[in-house]
Design a protein around this ligand. Sequence first.
Ligand code: PEP
Ligand code: MG
Length: 856
Amino acid sequence: MGGDWGVGLALKIIAPLSGWCSSLDEVPDGVFAGRMLGDGLAIDPIAGTLTAPCAGEIMTLPESGHAVSIRSPHGVDVLIHIGIDTVHLGGRGFTARVKPGARVQAGEELIHFDLDLVARGAKSLITPIVVTADGIVLQNRRAPGKVSAGDLLFEIETAAPVASAPSPNAAGERIDAQRTLKIALRQGLHARPAALLARRAKACAARITLAAHGRSADARSVVAIMALGVRRGDELQIQAGGIEAAQAVAAMEAALEEALRSEAVHESVASAAPPAAAAAIAVAARAGRQDGLPGELSGVAAVPGFAVGRAARIERRDIAVSEQGAGAAHERAELERALSHVRLRLQRVRDAGDATRREIIAAHLEFLDDPGLNDGANEQIAAGKSAGFAWRNATRQSIAALQALDDSRLRERADDLLDVEAHVLLALAGEARPMHLPLPEQAVLLADDLLPSELTALDRTRLVAVALSGGGATSHVAILAAAMEVPMLIGLGPALRSIADGQMLIVDADGGRLQSAPTADAIAHARSAVASKNARNAALWAAAMGECHALDGTRIEVFANLGSIADAMAAVAAGAEGCGLLRTEFLFIDRETAPTEDEQVEAYQSIAAALGGRPLILRMMDVGGDKPLRYLPLPREDNPALGLRGVRTGLARPDLMRAQLRAALRVEPHGVVRILVPMVTDVWELSSVRAVIDELCSELGSQERVALGAMIETPAAALTAAAMLRQVDFISIGSNDLTQYTLAMDRGHAQLARRTDALHPAILQLMAAAGAAGEAAGKLVAVCGGVAADRSAVPILLGLGVRELSVVPAAIPGLKRHVGGLRIADCRDLAKRCLGLDSPSEVRAMIEQSGLGGEV
Ligand code: PEP
Ligand code: MG
């Protein structure tokens, strides 16, 4: 293919499409026909493959995939806009084959598009190819007529410097639209608004730059935006160049307004936050106080609490990377592989976590896709460095920029970047971050600072407190510690380093003090305070070993949600009476190939054995949407949450479904396994699965009728629960998805995390419909979504007819005690009153008032 540089400095631009070549005058859009963006030619395409018109770097390629601009090594920008008014298709019909920042060869495929679909939705298919600079003279222009991809379109003399049309920005790029605004956000451009701006910028065709304090940032990069250090009252310049520049500036303004509205919502929620979370959010201005008793260090309580234990340090292992790479293509591919591996792992952690963890992981996922980091790393790779070296350098540069800011909230985000850096470096080395780091019993963890994933990798049963010489009260690790109920002191200063491993310590996070040399008396006193608290907990765990009954004797099964054999063992230790949800998609998530039937039998059998004969509700693989599997590539979907998900994927891939069902049916003893169907919307889906099960049972010679259940995760399933129950033996409410699909709020959306409340009256009404259908049919109604572990929600669920709750293992002892104190008649009465309320906060207030919500 062409794309070679002419000896006389002529840049050859080759046809990126096959079709009919014409003048720009033929384009039914004044912007192109009037040469407002530059001179060029147009092609009416006859095939849906768009290739690079010259070698260079992809400068812009919006998520909608309808336009692309490429910069040649001489700095000439060529813009290609597929069809006219195609931005409105929102990406439908377009599949990008490269990403912004990629370096491509002339003739390399950039975008694939569905010619018919785009033709139906666009004003015209005619595609302008323009050089976006003034003073450029096109030579050897192709005459109108038939053209094949790769044919010469025109040449450009590049001896004279290329002059961008309107005034350039700080990076020397042209600006077609701009606006200067004063930032009204109370916290300035911190992580959340930066992420929102970056997401919106990625959807724009124009290249957008944000500038403040004499610095500028690519608007697609969260880290670059944060590094601008913009505070409330500062001026921010939004500059956009290229196609749809004015729309891009408007999109940035709209994003800032949205961030402002969302900040107001967050602040009102934070002021009503429960004590532990509020403590993590508030910064106690106690640091720097004079120390009192000898050996007493003072710090800031990031999470309140009291503990006695022995000092334990975890050393952060330096991850070795070699500087030299093994070729740019290899290293780029390695980085891509590591990034997608980490993305999958983090998505899994996010999905299994509570709202706090989801919010934090969403921010980490954003860093993985950050163009600032990716561009930085790719530049180093192109210069011969290894993927690890390049990624580390790119993250360290961003960390240095954040640490130079005088805004503590932004400085604390550096820890999140370090965490993401370590995840990727380990993935490059072929390792995963360990799920558990070793700790001695009763450990008070000492460190200069701690990363979120380091904290979650610790064995919670051995950890009594965390004490940091540095740290930030609003850091994500502090928020996580609050969620884990681990007392945490920060800002204890360098003196913390002189404490020897194994030394007895008293951590009084409530009082902001750490005693590093406590007297025997003080230890004894502190121990007895902690012991009485532990005794209460031990009694709770011991009592959890029996069957669970409500106060009036109604049997309520308390089951566990599992994703591994380790979970199954933890569940039994916590008093689980069975497994209410085995997320089978998690068992084989890191694989390149689908698990065989035998491999699945082995995994399911081990979990059944760990459960020691207790029932095992095995959910058929719930893939698609936000749970992609490498071994099951699905076609790109505009809206994956509404696409091939759950049972729909199974029905589309009967081979995989049959292998899984056969494996489930082979688990012994027969009858222990019940099968649960995910994401059901229609009884036909259930009868189809039932038919396959019947066929497999006769293939296996099994007479036993296996119990089948339907997940109630969509409003459709809840409203037709009675019909569903004619097909199945039980139903299980998946409140996580039911909330997402009822409120039309993405369950993984960081900014909406606090509003995705399953106690919204609309969701209560859907659960009430399912509960009533179950009672009428005399069949079990379970809940396996996160709401089952929400103490406030429990009386409502029981009042709506739910008789099985399935939760994370650690929540079981407390849940059993809570249920044991409730009378079903009171629960019914409360549920009835809550169904008529207007908002989740009214529901929560009513539960609080009733006194049935248990201890917080
Ligand atoms: C749910 O949606 O509530 C559920 C339990 O399924 P998952 O969280 O695995 O989607
Ligand atoms: Mg679900």
